[in-house]
Design a protein around this ligand. Structure first.
Ligand code: SUG
Length: 450
């Protein structure tokens, strides 16, 4: 049974804004309170997904969450006889809470969940765990609805195993596939799962960042590997370097990207540096009989700060070595005096797996620290599983045109922090999302009640 990798891209929600909610994510803090353009954000991100689909790579969309999350405001004691009244009260009693409840952060679906294809699990089911995202309140609000969405899209429990987000608070802090990479020599498996974490809760004296938070714990990735029933020889753990986290690398996908047998990674990514990569390579060889193509980027070639600013490592990789891979990079890379020449040089080297570099303009999302890879989640499914998937989510030309028109009809082109108190925004968003469920042929999902 042939497996394919489907990229699910998050549809940017109508409340996209810059609230500076993510300490440790330099772009988010730097752009706090700037004026956002939700329409442009949604169009940029959808255009990126369409670029991928147009080139023949399987591409789907993942619906947004309804915001403001009135259920959360109520859960935190904001009263009101109507949802509009709750928003007005929240704006007065706790503007920060309203900002958290209004974030469109679910667009970064790389953080939505971690999935393991059925060819890599002991029970032969495809496993999904929604991330608890418990290190930031606005992101924690995503987990319960992500679980609902996954159960609506992949309902057959004989084929799909949708876990609940990991419980356990700080010790089990989990940020999803942004810290997970599946490497393989053939999509049909077996795959080697690289899980990256920022700190261990049980090993209290282990290395930790001092300036910014480490969002993923060792304990959470160990739990994921066990729950997903991945055989022992098919996973490997690596700890992020505290220095990288303190320089703004808040997820592994800001410093490394892998596809099939290729891993592009910065030399400052991991505590154990080259030893971590050597271990990975040995495991890969034992599993597949092939070498891992490791492309290590030196700090003198691209300093960490430039890697974070341009998001080179948040590029997406497509295809295989035989036909040559495609790197879809943020437009910021094309303008960088470090990254642009480095990419030219890499592509001209004989034996490198890349055949082409393309660029995507995702500036609206980038200003919140979200590049091409943050906006997508890779789901590896065989043909039967693909047929079991509900909804009209696979992106083709017609759906692209319908979604573009839908965005243009419903989304504002300016949204500042003060606009979040406007009750009309709630009504607009709900109308838009109701229509979206019809376009995507999904059951009525909104408004979410917890
Ligand atoms: O969690 N930004 C997100 C960006 C997530 C990027 N994802 C990956 N690297 N995979 C975050 O830091 C900012 C929201 C604001 O400030 O309004 C924010 O949540």
């Amino acid at each position: 049974m042939g497996y394919s990798e489907v990229n699910f891209d998050g549809i940017v929600g109508p409340t996209h804004n810059y609230a500076g909610l993510a300490h440790g994510n330099i772009a988010s803090t730097a752009n706090r309170s700037s004026l956002a353009n939700p329409r442009e954000a949604a169009l940029q991100s959808l255009a990126k997904a369409w670029t991928v689909a147009e080139q023949g790579f399987p591409q789907a969309v993942f619906p947004p969450h309804d915001r403001p999350a009135v259920w959360a405001l109520r859960a935190y004691g904001i009263p009101g006889s109507s949802d509009e009244e709750v928003i007005a009260k929240a704006a007065r009693l706790s503007p920060d809470l309203l900002h958290a409840a209004s974030s469109a952060s679910a667009m970064w679906v790389a953080n939505a969940f971690t999935m393991t294809p059925s060819c890599d699990t002991r029970d032969g089911r495809a496993h999904f765990t929604p991330a608890n995202l418990q290190s930031k309140l606005h992101r924690w609000l995503e987990g319960p609805f992500t679980e609902t969405l996954l159960k609506s899209i992949f309902p057959d429990t004989e084929v799909f195993f949708i876990h609940e987000p990991l419980r356990g608070g700080d010790a089990m802090s989990d940020e999803g596939a942004a810290n997970h990479t599946r490497l393989c020599s053939d999509l049909n498996g077996p795959g080697l799962h690289l899980f990256v974490y920022g700190r261990s809760v049980f090993q209290e004296n282990g290395p930790r960042p001092t300036r910014f938070p480490a969002r993923q714990t060792l304990e959470s990735v160990q739990a994921l590997a066990r729950n997903h029933q991945i055989p022992h020889h098919q996973f490997s753990f690596a700890q992020q370097s505290p220095h990288a986290i303190d320089s703004g690398v808040f997820h592994n996908d800001v410093i490394s990207v892998g596809n099939r047998n290729f891993l592009l990674v910065h030399e400052d990514a991991y505590v154990e540096g080259k030893d971590a990569l050597a271990r990975l390579n040995t495991r890969f060889q034992n599993l597949t009989g092939k070498h891992l193509h490791l492309q290590l980027v030196a700090r003198r070639e691209i300093p960490l700060e430039e890697a974070v600013r341009t998001y080179l490592f948040n590029s997406q990789l497509f295809g295989d070595e035989e036909d040559g891979m495609l790197l879809l990079a943020p437009a910021e890379c094309r303008e960088s005096e470090f990254v642009a020449p480095w990419l030219d040089e890499l592509i001209s080297q004989p034996g490198n797996p890349l055949r082409e570099v393309q660029f995507a303009d995702l500036r609206q999302s980038m200003r919140n620290g979200g590049g091409p890879a943050c906006l997508r989640q890779r789901v590896v499914l065989d043909e039967t599983e693909l047929h079991q998937m509900k909804g009209r989510l696979l992106l083709d030309e017609t759906l692209y045109a319908e979604l573009t028109a839908w965005i243009c009809r419903h989304y504002r082109d300016r949204l500042g922090q003060d606009d979040l108190r406007d009750p009309q925004l709630l009504a607009e968003s709900r109308t838009a999302l109701d229509e979206l469920t019809r376009i995507l042929r999904l059951p009525a999902l909104y408004p979410f009640q917890w």
